[in-house]
Structure formats: structure tokens, C-alpha cells
Design a protein around this ligand. Structure first.
Ligand code: ATP
Length: 498
């Protein structure tokens, strides 16, 4: 059965990944809250992105800018004038649609060929009975749609206590502009040489006309954006530097998503057609993912040329150039912009990880997250919660491992149930403490000080000395191979049903 969005929404709620915002007041479909496991997953995504694209690269630095910016930023960037979507309303049911999305929806049709019976017809298709195409509202099938008018997606707000026009500003609709506005500050304070990039991850806000599809399109979301500045007069491997770096970033971003688990067959590149390109862009590609709603944009990678720096120079009256020592000239760098959505990345990783399988006649739901993404890395489970020694040892292991990773302790069910719970939230490893570990002091029996590690994916178990847990997990959680660890310690006869 193909995975549906409903399955992910319900798992997310049940297991503490994502909740509807303000749910006790009836909720809103346009914003969502991340729960205890969702926040871990989201932080892991941002941390890995930062580690791989900022921390590890000599040519990258980061910033964390304010959400509220000077209103002229949005005049210079073109957002006040042009950050609009065409909107249409139904005259009958008053529903609103993005004009360019209307034909991409299934539509409701009262077919004259069948005495007005009601049918839902697939997006873009004609009625198979009467041949009619959609002209009316896709939702109610009765109302005419108004002509399209432009609707600005920025949230307006007021800076200061006086609600007059002079104080109007906006919640940022993207994080990118802060990198352009801070270009000179970053360049001078860090003494950078082209090419270099500035990265930022943070909240953005868009008053989307039709938000929906869970966390795919919301009105408040997070972005991870990079502005990579290159010298347009340079060539790399015989190509203009901007074109070379654009292709490099496309390849690097694709590789990043694959590295953390998105499969080749669920990823593709889509080049923007000339008539679809933003006015400032020389070339743009989207990385698309096969979400449960079909192929849709996961991130965009645009060559924005020197448009933004020139606009901000014009509006601010400041010089935003780079001095090219070699050519002894001031240049306005070109910009390559890899712009990803944190929430869409999370949705893609969640959808990809989700699997249902049958184990010993029972359904097992498992999230096969890459270990570095998994919200919880290790669960420590006592086999018998009535044995004080076992419980004490398990708590001790949890607090030792928690110095390094997110680790939980759970004794609220029998071991088989506990394993299933951890599978369902994608915990890669469980550690079980049993009688053999601690022995029986009353009988004068010594424990072997070994515990069982159980692997989520293969459900195999190995028995490992307690003192080796930290190095073993250091290996396993940073790309180490389970088979190698299993080979070293030997897979155990199951300590309990896996
Ligand atoms: P779309 O065409 O889906 O509206 P966009 O092309 O306007 O997206 P960009 O401005 O390129 O999006 O923003 C970069 C990334 O930010 C997108 O690829 C997406 O991952 C994320 N993003 C944009 N809008 C939203 C939103 N409303 N909700 C969640 N994520 C979003």
C-alpha cells in the first residue's frame, strides 16, 4: 500500500513528532508544533546541515539575523512589489485558491449527461461522461471563480507602539536577505576571499493562500539557506565561476539528501523553464522529492546573479562590492543560493524512513532513520523491573550514555512491546539489562556485566561488556557497520523476543 499523508500525520501525533498548533482551540491547518521527538529530529537535521555545509568547510561562515528587518530591505529585494501569488475566490462557497493551483486539483462536477449526478474528476481531466472540463469552483462545483488578483504573501506588522504607516514592517518571508544586508559586515569582520558563503537557518513566514498537506506548506516554517558569493570574472575548469559553482552546489545538495537516507528513486532535479524563472535568476533548479502527495519541491538552487547586492546598494546608498586584488578592481559578486526548507526535509526523511513489515505474524512499524537523524539514539530497557539491581544498572547506563547522546529509559511494558515502541520512533539501538548482567547477590552469583544491544533494522542482538558501550555506540552512530560489531561480539541467542 502506498504511504499516505494521513498515516504520517497520525503517527506524528501518536508518537510525539508533530502536533496541530493550538489543537485544544480547534487547531489550525496552517501551522504545526513539533513535539518531544519532532524537535530532536528537526534539530538533528539543522545540526547536520550546519556541520556538513558550514563547520566542515573553510569557505563558509554562518549568521543568525533578526526576523524583523528594516522595511526598506523588502522594497529593495522586490518583495513589497512582487512577492505575490495570483488568488481567485469562488463566488458561491467563498473558498480561495491560488489561481495557478486550481487546475492541479481534482474537481467536483454535476454531470448533465447523468441528470446532474455529482462526480469527483481527477486533476486536469475532462468528465468521461459528458466531456466537459472544469470551469467552475473545484470545491463546490457550482460557483464561478473571480478573476485573479495579486495577493502579497508577507505578514505585515508594526514596529513600536504607534500603528501608523511609518512603523509598518514585515515578518521575513525568507532568511536570504539578511545575508545580503550583512554582506559587508561579514566580509570585513572575517576577512574573507571569494568564493565564500554565508549560511543561516531560521524561521520564515508566508501568508500562503492555500497552506496544507501537513508540514509541506505552512504559514510559519524554517529554512536553511546559503548565499554563496563568487567572482563573476573568474573561471573554474574553463567555465564561468558562477556556472561551475551552481552545478557544484546542486551535486552537493543532492548528495547530502542521499547521504542521510533519501533514495535515488525518490529524488529528481527539475530545471525551471525560462518563463518560470524569477526575474533576477540566470538559472534555477529544484530538487524534488516524491512525497506522499507526489513529486514536489524539496529545495531550490538558484543563480541569483548580482541582483540582490546591487539592489541593496541602490536602496541603502552603501557600496556592496568586493575588491579583487589580482585584477585590481571592485566587483559585485554573483550569488548561488541553495535554499532548503527544514520542515519539508523532515517530512521527506519521515516518509522515506516509514516502513511496515510482518514479523512473526505481526505488523511491525519501523522508522529506518539514518542513526544521525534518529531523535533517540539508544533506549535502555530493564528486562525485569521488579529486580532492583537490574533497574539501578539500567538507570546508570542511561545516564552514562546520555552524556553523549539522546538516550531514554523505559520500563512501562514487557520487552517485546518496548522494542516495538522504539522501532516506531526510529531508535536505532536498544540496550537490555537482564539477570545475567547483574547476577543474584542473595545466591552469591556474580553478574557477567554484559548487556544486550539490539539492532533496529536486523533485529539481531549482541552481548557486549557494559564498559564497551560508549566506544561501540561511538562506532555505530557515526556510520559504523552493525555487521562488523556483530562479528566482533557474536550475535547472541535472543535474550528476549526481538
Ligand atoms: P513553493 O513553490 O513550494 O511555494 P518556493 O519556490 O516559493 O516554494 P523558495 O522561496 O525557493 O520556495 O524557498 C525555499 C524552500 O523553503 C522551499 O524549497 C521549501 O523547502 C521551503 N518553503 C517555502 N515555502 C514554504 C512553506 N510555505 N512551508 C514550508 N516550507 C516552505
Amino acid at each position: 500500500m502506498p504511504l499516505t499523508m494521513d498515516t504520517l500525520v497520525s503517527l506524528s501525533k501518536r508518537r510525539g513528532f508533530v502536533f496541530q498548533s493550538s489543537e485544544i482551540y480547534g487547531g489550525t491547518g496552517s501551522v504545526w508544533d513539533y513535539g518531544p521527538l519532532g524537535v530532536e529530529l528537526k534539530q538533528n537535521i539543522k545540526r547536520l546541515w550546519w556541520r556538513d555545509f558550514v563547520q566542515m568547510r573553510p569557505d563558509m561562515v554562518g549568521i543568525d539575523a533578526a526576523i524583523l528587518m528594516h522595511p526598506n530591505v523588502w522594497r529593495a529585494s522586490g518583495h513589497v512589489e512582487q512577492f505575490t501569488d495570483p488568488m481567485v475566490d469562488c463566488r458561491e462557497c467563498q473558498h480561495r485558491f491560488r489561481a495557478d493551483h486550481v487546475d492541479a486539483r481534482p474537481w467536483l462536477h454535476f454531470c448533465p449527461a447523468t441528470k446532474g449526478n455529482k462526480f469527483e474528476i481527477a486533476a486536469g481531466e475532462a468528465c468521461p461522461r459528458c466531456g466537459a472540463r472544469r470551469t467552475l469552483c473545484p470545491d463546490c462545483g457550482k460557483g464561478e471563480l473571480t478573476t485573479a488578483r495579486n495577493f502579497n504573501l508577507m505578514f505585515k506588522t508594526f514596529m513600536g507602539p504607534v500603528e501608523d504607516d511609518a512603523a509598518v514592517t514585515y515578518l521575513r518571508p525568507e532568511t536570504a536577505q539578511a545575508m545580503f544586508v550583512n554582506f559587508e559586515n561579514v566580509l570585513q569582520s572575517m576577512r574573507l576571499k571569494l568564493p565564500f558563503g554565508i549560511a543561516q537557518a531560521g524561521r520564515s513566514f508566508r501568508n500562503e493562500i492555500t497552506p496544507g498537506n501537513f508540514i509541506f506548506r505552512t504559514r510559519e516554517f524554517e529554512q536553511m539557506e546559503i548565499e554563496y558569493f563568487v567572482n563573476p570574472h573568474e573561471t573554474v575548469e574553463g567555465r564561468p565561476a558562477d556556472e561551475y559553482w551552481h552545478d557544484r552546489w546542486i551535486a552537493d545538495c543532492m548528495a547530502w539528501f542521499r547521504r542521510y537516507g533519501l533514495s535515488e528513486g525518490n529524488l529528481r532535479l527539475r530545471e525551471h523553464e525560462k518563463d518560470e524563472l524569477a526575474h533576477y535568476a540566470k538559472r534555477t533548479l529544484d530538487i524534488e522529492y516524491r512525497f506522499p502527495i507526489g513529486w514536489s519541491e524539496l529545495m531550490g538552487i538558484a543563480n541569483r546573479t548580482d541582483y540582490d547586492l546591487k539592489q541593496h546598494a541602490k536602496f541603502s546608498g552603501k557600496t556592496l562590492t568586493y575588491f579583487d586584488e589580482e585584477r585590481k578592481e571592485h566587483v559585485v559578486p554573483y550569488v548561488i543560493e541553495p535554499a532548503a526548507g527544514v520542515d519539508r526535509a523532515l517530512l521527506a526523511f519521515l516518509a522515506e524512513a516509514y516502513q511496515e513489515e510482518e514479523v512473526r505474524g505481526e505488523k511491525r512499524v519501523v522508522l529506518r532513520f539514518h542513526p544521525e537523524l534518529a531523535p533517540v539514539k539508544v533506549a535502555v530497557l530493564p528486562l525485569l523491573k521488579k529486580r532492583e539491581e537490574i533497574v539501578k544498572t539500567a538507570h546508570g547506563i542511561r545516564s552514562e550514555l546520555a552524556r553523549h547522546w539522546r538516550v531514554v529509559y523505559d520500563d512501562t511494558a514487557a520487552i517485546g512491546r518496548l522494542y516495538r515502541r522504539q522501532d516506531e520512533v526510529g531508535t536505532p539501538y536498544c540496550v537490555t539489562v537482564d539477570v545475567q548482567t547483574v547476577g543474584d547477590s542473595e545466591k552469591g552469583e556474580q553478574g557477567d556485566q554484559r548487556v544486550t544491544i539490539r539492532d533496529r533494522d536486523s533485529m539481531q542482538q549482541v552481548r557486549v561488556p557494559m564498559r564497551e558501550l560508549v566506544p561501540v555506540f561511538q562506532e555505530l552512530l557515526t556510520g559504523g557497520d552493525w555487521a562488523a560489531v556483530a562479528g566482533r561480539f557474536g550475535t547472541a541467542a535472543a535474550a528476549a523476543a526481538g
